[in-house]
Design a protein around this ligand. Sequence first.
Ligand code: BGC
Length: 344
Amino acid sequence: MPLTQPTQKVETFTLKNNRGSEATLLAWGATLASFKVQLVSGERREVVLGCDSIEDYQKQEAYLGATVGRYANRIKQATISHQGNALSLTANQGVHQLHGADDFSHREWQGEQLADNKVSFTLFSADGTCGYPGNMQARVDYTLDDDNQLIIDYSASVDKTCPVNLTDHSYFNLNAAADSTIKQHQLYIAGDYYLPVDSEGIPQAGLKSVENTGFDFRQAKTIAEDLGKDDDQKLVGGYDHSFLLQPAVIERGEAVARIVADDQSLAMEVYTDKPAIQLYTGNFLAGTPARSGDSYQAHSGLALETQYLPDSPNRPDWPHKSCWLEPGQGYCTQTRYRVYEPNN
Ligand code: BGC
């Protein structure tokens, strides 16, 4: 149990693999609350940020470890239009919608432990919830395999055409020290283009090449190296942008992103079939309640949220497949986090 003071009952599930690693999931938000990786040295290292109590989870505004939906990231003016019909959604960040207005991340899912290393969560979202059309049935399975991979499988179905963009909002920090930041982590992202946004996080024009910008992570570099340097970063307090992933990398099943701890003792790769990834360097994490009972600081962790590009329901011009799910179609995607010791 990661929560030392649960005054409210929230179902928790623990996944174990044969290497001695462990992940803890909460039914609330189908949340990844803890991922402890067994190292060769005997140390078991926590690699995700989390809170100490369910009250803190419910109070924090950073979506720590949560499953986000129906639509992750921002939708401009909280309005979606499809085949000439405009639909108003619930706005929860000024006039815009962020992270589906909290429907998936802030309520109890139905959890079922399927094996020692696997849990499945299901959620029913009724027609009209947060403004979205149709009933939706969603499922998220977490599996911890013996290669220290946390595998997340998403599936969903709808009975009216609806945009769907589910993601995991975990914040990672691979350092041994729980009070450290990720600024000296090395980061690689297989992205030739990033999506500039305005000061409200809304994309305007299209994608821009990362070439000669601080957004170029095609050769791994520390996050600190160019943090806050570009005008596009200054608008939103740091990196808080989507990258279009190189399609060939996805097709070949290679890692789309990699982070390495400050001292290179631990690394993590991200694999996905989604077309984009949002890099958020925890610019506004300060004050978020931490597992230690204290608070996190800015950049205590970073999120690598696999998804469609933001505002895609309104942007048929984005160069990836449609985010609209039709009745009878299946939404089915997978993201994997593989944690490993580069020197062992
Ligand atoms: C968004 C940030 C936001 C954070 C917490 C991220 O996915 O990109 O802008 O501050 O979530 O809400």
